[in-house]
Design a protein around this ligand. Structure first.
Ligand code: GTP
Length: 597
């Protein structure tokens, strides 16, 4: 295709502002899909994505559009993941296109993810076209939202296109803006092949599918290609585009976006951001900024029923085949038995994987406290990455510890600001900025990631009645006074409950933890001390008193069925318990005990 007739773009938006609905409309308006085939949210393929309304894998679609100037254009839309956990994928896919539609819900305004995503677009030097969506709703206020876009983001928005992705109003104007306001891609046809690996995923029939953007040169079926990151070579057996169904074509030229298959077995063998070239006469010049995604949040996944360990292994193996950013290794815990220590890009990623194991593989899981990756500097000047508080080395060998910090952006209506500031303060936050746009405040905080991985997001939602939006990026590591807090039940350490805490907060955290456990652990025939300790020093203690009488004692012998029922109920309850030493700890205890406040 003639470069001048190509437009490559993405849509950036806060969650629920209508990105998928707008994409569906653009596809429908251009007749890319017959109306009767049109399913809502065409671009979200996995059920779980649809249910959560989150687009996880970047998808793409090629649209032919006959513009008002009489020419036919090829529009390539890349659907970017909307959440911070996938920030690296967002920033890569942004580099594969030249422009963005900035979709803002005109009944809501700019939110935290609007900002985070538009910054990625700006970093990629995009031409940005603002689109105000949901104008069919009575609460729509385009003037206010346009002004807010100008104030907060700093791009011209007075002439923003007004759209209803629901009714189709403004869709034609949007297509014209894509053609007239976004630049055509650049690239040289007779240069050596240089293509960006934008995304990859596993398909049961075709194996790994690789989404590519051709920067220079031409890629044809049957050619041999090479990945610059590791030198691996492959035979290209198929080339095509998404309309949005797969359509096989002969070649992809500069500026084009499409897919290839090359008998690649695992998604792990492909790296987002890598440069693909020809095996012979290729380029050595890699695209800048390539880095593999690093897991930042770790937690243990254990089967509730320990006989399901092999099933869990199988499930995790399968999920990992299709997700290069998810890491795992076997872990044994005295309390929980055999399981896996898993690494994720963030909390959402963790939740998605956990949900998929539970739902698609029907395995009930115990999830241990999420932990960030600490850097432990030893006295012998080596550095250890700590993924699991249970592996904390002996303190006498440790020189100091560093923890990851984030820059968090929170947008919230004025009336809740006080509570938000308090929450950030309570979590060791340092305020970096506080500004207002209309009746909304934007607070920017430097926060330790470890304070955010527990239940920060839940707390934020609850203190703001769901009105706050939140986004963050990792900024780096910083030394702080961190210690490992262990929990002992009946004098035995429960490794799954140990956690890293700031020294100044240890007593309060320890106290809250033992009090909670006292309520969560059922009484036994003997009394049970519950303690929190740092090193050998107990910092908080509760005692769960012994059960006074047998539960069935109330039944006065006569009522046998009632007695039986009671015992059955007890037995059932027991299934969800973990025997620990002589003590049964219910499954919820592991989760509830780790939530604060
Ligand atoms: P994610 O893909 O989950 O990030 O969300 P999204 O930004 O793609 O939002 P989505 O397209 O799923 O839309 C969110 C909700 O808003 C859905 O219930 C849509 O039906 C609705 N919606 C989208 N556009 C419009 C619109 O123009 N008018 C009205 N009334 N509702 C809309």
């Amino acid at each position: 295709t003639d470069l001048a007739k190509i437009r490559n773009f993405s849509i950036v938006a806060h969650i629920d502002h209508g990105k998928s609905t707008l994409a569906d409309r653009l596809i429908q308006e251009t007749g890319t899909v017959e109306d009767r085939d049109m399913k809502a949210q065409l671009l979200d393929s996995m059920d779980i994505e649809r249910e959560r309304g989150i687009t996880i894998k970047a998808n793409t679609v090629r649209i032919d559009y006959k513009a008002d100037d009489g020419e036919t254009y090829v529009l390539n839309l890349i659907d970017t993941p909307g959440h911070v956990d996938f920030a690296y994928e967002v920033s890569r896919s942004m580099r594969a296109v030249e422009g963005s539609l900035l979709v803002v819900d005109s009944t809501q305004g700019v939110e935290a993810q609007t900002l985070a995503n538009v910054y990625h677009a700006m970093e990629a030097d995009h031409e940005i076209v603002p689109v105000l969506n949901k104008i069919d709703l009575p609460a729509s206020d385009c003037d206010r939202v346009a002004e807010q876009i100008e104030d907060v983001i700093g791009i011209e928005a007075t002439g923003a296109i007004q759209v209803s992705a629901k009714t189709g109003q403004g869709i034609h104007e949007t297509l014209e803006a894509i053609v007239n306001e976004l630049p055509a891609p650049k690239g040289t046809r007779d240069a050596p092949l240089k293509a960006m690996l934008v995304d990859s995923w596993y398909d049961a029939y075709l194996g790994v599918i690789v989404l590519v953007r051709i920067m220079d040169g031409v890629l044809k079926k049957g050619e041999r290609i090479k990945m610059l990151s590791n030198g691996s070579t492959h035979h290209v057996d198929r080339i095509g585009v998404f309309r949005p169904a797969m359509a096989v074509i002969d070649e992809l030229g500069p500026g084009e976006i499409g897919f290839l298959t090359a008998s690649i077995k695992q998604v792990r063998d492909t790296r987002v951001g890598d440069t693909i070239t020809h095996e012979k006469k290729g380029t050595d010049d890699a695209l800048p900024g390539f880095k593999p995604a690093q897991p930042v949040v770790f937690c243990g996944l254990f089967p509730v029923d320990s006989s399901e360990f092999e099933d869990l292994r199988d499930a995790i193996d399968k999920l990992a085949l299709n997700d290069a950013s998810f890491s795992f290794e076997m872990e044994t815990s005295a309390a929980l038995g055999f399981g896996f220590r898993c690494g994720f890009l963030g909390l959402l990623h963790l939740e998605v994987i956990r949900d998929r194991v539970e739902r698609e593989y029907d395995i009930e899981l115990i999830t241990t406290a999420p932990s960030v990756v600490y850097h432990i500097y030893m006295r012998d000047e080596t550095m250890i990455e700590l993924h699991n508080p249970a592996d904390m080395p002996d303190l006498t060998h440790v020189d100091h510890l560093e923890e990851p910090r984030i820059k968090a952006t929170i947008l919230v209506p004025d009336e809740y600001l006080g509570d938000v500031l308090k929450l950030c303060q309570d979590r060791r936050g340092i305020q970096l900025d506080l500004t207002y746009a209309g009746s909304r405040a934007m607070a920017v905080y430097d926060l330790p990631l470890n304070e955010v991985v527990f239940d920060f997001y839940d707390r934020l939602k609850s203190v703001t009645k769901g009105y706050a939006s939140f986004d963050y990026q990792l900024t780096g590591y910083q030394t702080d006074n961190l210690v490992k807090m262990s929990v002992l039940v009946n004098d035995e350490p429960v490794d799954a409950l140990s956690m890293m805490v700031h020294r100044d907060r240890a007593e309060a955290r320890g106290r809250a933890m033992v009090e909670k456990l006292k309520d969560l652990i059922p009484r036994h025939m003997f009394k049970i001390p519950i303690q929190a300790a740092i090193g050998g020093k107990v910092i908080a203690r509760e005692t769960l008193s012994a059960m006074r009488k047998d539960v069935t004692a109330k039944c006065y012998g006569g009522d046998a069925t009632r007695k039986k029922k009671l015992l059955e109920k007890q037995k059932k309850g027991k299934k969800k318990m973990r025997q620990f030493g002589k003590v049964d700890i219910p499954q919820e205890a592991f989760i509830s005990a780790l939530k604060m406040d």
